[in-house]
Write a protein that binds this ligand. Structure first.
Ligand code: NAD
Length: 538
């Protein structure tokens, strides 16, 4: 099997006996434990668990039951200060971490990956409990993050500078060095994946980190902190401050933090850019929102395209930055595509995340569910045709019915903004030129999909679409080797792949003036006369 992690396991890759008869998800998997013990809910600094300086805690809510899972320490400026001090100390030139062999950093990162694998079932349950993701998805997708860490563990001793052929009598070379203390700010929709996409390259390059998970989903980052301690990372290398906007803002303006890697909304990305500009001009990686086009041509395999377009939107409760929320369908197949998509959405199993057949859990919060319902209302008011869904599902838990709109036009709010929910908007198009123009007519530029059998159309489209990633005849097919990041307002910089190492390292130039050597003894005492080298004017 290729190393590409597809969002939907290709049916052909799973032997029939290993498939769940309803969801077609590989089967069996270890049974989940919804009643798992929550082991960590404090702030993690210098390998110790501490309360917030002011003692504040907030409720962490299970979106499926609306009940409190646990209270979690709520960090703010003073806690960020403590964590940054610990991370700065661990970054001193004489520290254990800085003096460690690069390959030993790789050993530690690999140990962390091993511990993630050993605790896969627990971590998957934790992520499902905290975010509402179906356990099967958490198990197969989210806990697959050990692969990310192993990729970066392999890079630790392969990052090196160059010797430069400069003019004059100089030796000039470059060193590739860590940036320093890195602030990693996480979203709630993919907390574990986002965490590992950041710590992999950050630790690989020898940085120290202060992590701030989203206030709604702090549990997996706290558990990974305990595994980092168990793996043997020295004190202060790995710190986690659960908290909200106050802690995030404190990190963005902190003069002790040299770099922020942020995943979240454009609005907060903008604030981080402003804070950084007003303080110490931090280096920034911003992974921001999307509203991605997924384009289906009339020659595509219809059933395959319908299923993939469905998963492209509804995966992770529709809460993926890469969600192919704008489904463009060529006019010849439009009506049939809509009918099949509606039938598929109607079959989607919305159920408790711990039921193994569940394809869709709850949205993250009541506030977010209300925002999605607001978009549905605006779609109806602006004249789109509500084909199915459109309402809350059930009365407990923040569940939403899988929703499909047809006859969506480009000026509607549901076409222009990121809904971030299980709502598929289907647009009609005629020509390649037209669909390129319409797909690009947005401030976002994260990802795009194309379904066609015509390779020349696919290649032409892949060049023309203004997005950081283009998938052809697949969707959400991620691989750690492939860089990921947005164009336009969907972000700056890249995560994953070799490119991410550049985000977490600096290149330093070292130049030495060479001594002027006139006589050099070679071998058995014979002396070779050299003329005096020309002295450089500088
Ligand atoms: P958000 O922007 O509301 O919050 C993200 C993080 O920023 C949280 O940890 C939050 O506490 C923190 N924060 C809030 N205010 C802050 C401030 N003033 N300064 C610093 N930090 C602050 O985003 P979210 O709701 O957690 O995530 C959903 C959004 O993330 C969606 O728009 C989605 O598209 C985007 N996202 C993008 C990617 C990507 O790779 N491009 C991946 C996942 C999610």
């Amino acid at each position: 099997m290729s190393s590409v992690v597809s969002a939907v396991p290709a049916a052909s890759q799973i032997p029939e006996v290993n498939k769940d008869p309803v969801s077609c998800i590989p089967w069996p998997i270890p049974p989940p434990n919804p009643g798992l013990d929550i082991k960590y809910n404090k702030i993690f600094i210098s390998n110790e668990w501490v309360d917030a300086c002011d003692g504040e805690e907030i409720d962490d809510v299970n979106p499926a039951t609306e009940k409190v899972i646990t209270k979690v320490a709520y960090g703010k400026q003073a806690d960020v200060d403590r964590a940054v001090a610990a991370a700065s100390k661990a970054f001193q030139p004489s520290s254990k971490w800085r003096r460690m062999d690069a390959s030993d950093r790789g050993v530690l990162i690999n140990k962390l990956a091993d511990l993630i694998d050993a605790n896969k079932c627990y971590l998957a349950c934790l992520e499902s409990l905290d975010c509402g993701k179906p356990y099967t998805h958490s198990f197969f997708m989210d806990t697959g993050v050990s692969k990310i860490l192993r990729y970066y563990a392999g890079w630790t001793d392969k990052m090196h500078g160059k010797t430069l052929p400069v003019d004059g009598d100089y030796l000039s070379y470059t060193l590739v060095q860590p940036v320093g203390v890195c602030g990693l700010i996480l979203p709630w929709n993919v907390p574990l994946i986002s965490l590992c996409m950041k710590i992999g390259p950050a630790l690989c390059c020898g940085n120290t980190v202060v992590i701030k998970p989203n206030e709604q989903t702090p549990l997996s980052a706290l558990y990974i902190a305990s595994l980092a301690k168990e793996a043997g990372f020295p004190e202060g290398v790995f710190n986690v401050v659960p908290g909200g906007p106050e802690a995030g803002a404190a990190m963005a303006s902190h003069s002790g933090i040299n770099k922020i890697s942020f995943t979240g909304s454009i609005a907060v990305g903008r604030k981080i850019e402003e804070s950084s500009a007003k303080t110490n001009l931090k280096r920034l990686t911003l992974e921001l929102s999307g509203n991605c086009p997924n384009i289906v041509f009339a020659d595509a395999d219809l059933d395959y395209a319908v299923e993939n377009a469905h998963q492209a939107v509804f995966m992770n409760q529709g809460q993926l930055c890469t969600a192919g929320a704008r489904t463009f369908v060529q006019e010849d197949i439009y009506d049939e595509f809509v009918a099949k998509s509606v039938a598929r959405a109607a079959r989607r199993i919305v159920a408790d995340p711990f039921q193994l057949h569940s394809e869709q859990g709850p949205q993250i919060s009541q506030k977010h569910l209300d925002s999605i319902l607001g978009y549905v209302k605006s779609g109806i008011e602006e004249g789109a045709k509500l084909e199915c869904g459109g309402s809350r599902h059930g009365s407990t838990g923040y569940y939403m019915q899988p929703t499909v709109f047809s006859n969506v036009t480009d000026t509607m709010r549901i076409a222009k903004e990121e809904i971030f929910g299980p709502v598929q908007c289907i647009f009609k198009f005629k020509t390649v030129e037209e669909v390129i123009q319409r797909a690009n007519n947005t401030e976002y530029g994260l990802a795009a999909g194309i379904f066609t059998k015509d390779v020349s159309v696919a290649l032409e489209m892949a060049k023309a679409l203004e997005s950081g990633t283009v998938w052809v005849n697949c969707y959400n097919a991620f691989a750690v080797q492939s860089p990921f990041g947005g164009l336009k307002m969907s972000g700056k910089g890249k995560e994953m792949g070799e490119e991410s190492l550049r985000e977490f390292s600096d290149v330093k130039t070292v130049t030495l003036k060479l001594p002027q050597i006139q006589n050099i003894s070679i071998g058995t005492g014979s002396t070779v006369q050299y003329s005096t080298p020309k002295v450089s004017p500088n």
